[in-house]
Design a protein around this ligand. Structure first.
Ligand SMILES: [Zn+2]
Length: 137
């Protein structure tokens, strides 16, 4: 089946994120100097301004800190999923990322809900990290 939703356009900074995701690993940059974890990716540590950065896996666990539910169709590829959510998840390691909460109805999403990453293969090139409620959470 053809994938009709928008796909990422990786650049030199974000490409490692998508390569990790394709392998089922959620990762962010980590500062070698001060250990700060951050996302979205960039060339410099936003905490100490070091250029010494590395990519490291995260636990894949976090919590919902904000979300919206789209009722308006902006992209044809989402037609079958209206209404769908777009959430901001804060990882246990600190960084926040935009994502979708899956596995539960939109009405059951709640503030600070513990969530964990799941990977949805979109195309041969891209696997999209999404989040579901943590087991037992
Ligand atoms: Zn740093």
């Amino acid at each position: 089946m053809e994938y009709t939703k928008p796909l990422p356009k990786p650049d030199v900074w974000s490409r490692p994120f998508w390569e990790h995701a394709k392998n089922g690993v959620l990762a962010t940059q980590a500062c070698v100097k001060c250990g700060h974890r951050f996302f979205p990716p960039g060339p410099v540590c936003p905490s100490c301004y070091s250029f010494e950065l590395e990519w490291k896996p995260v636990s894949g666990k976090g919590k919902v800190v904000s979300w919206v539910v789209f009722h308006q169709l902006y992209y044809k590829g989402f037609a079958d999923e209206i209404p769908y959510n777009v959430a901001l998840v804060q990882l246990d390691e600190g960084p926040m990322m935009y994502t979708n909460i899956v596995g539960i109805p939109n009405e059951q999403i709640s503030m600070n809900m513990p969530v964990e990453v799941v990977f949805e293969k979109a195309t041969d090139e891209f696997t999209i990290p999404k989040f579901k409620p943590q087991a037992g959470g």
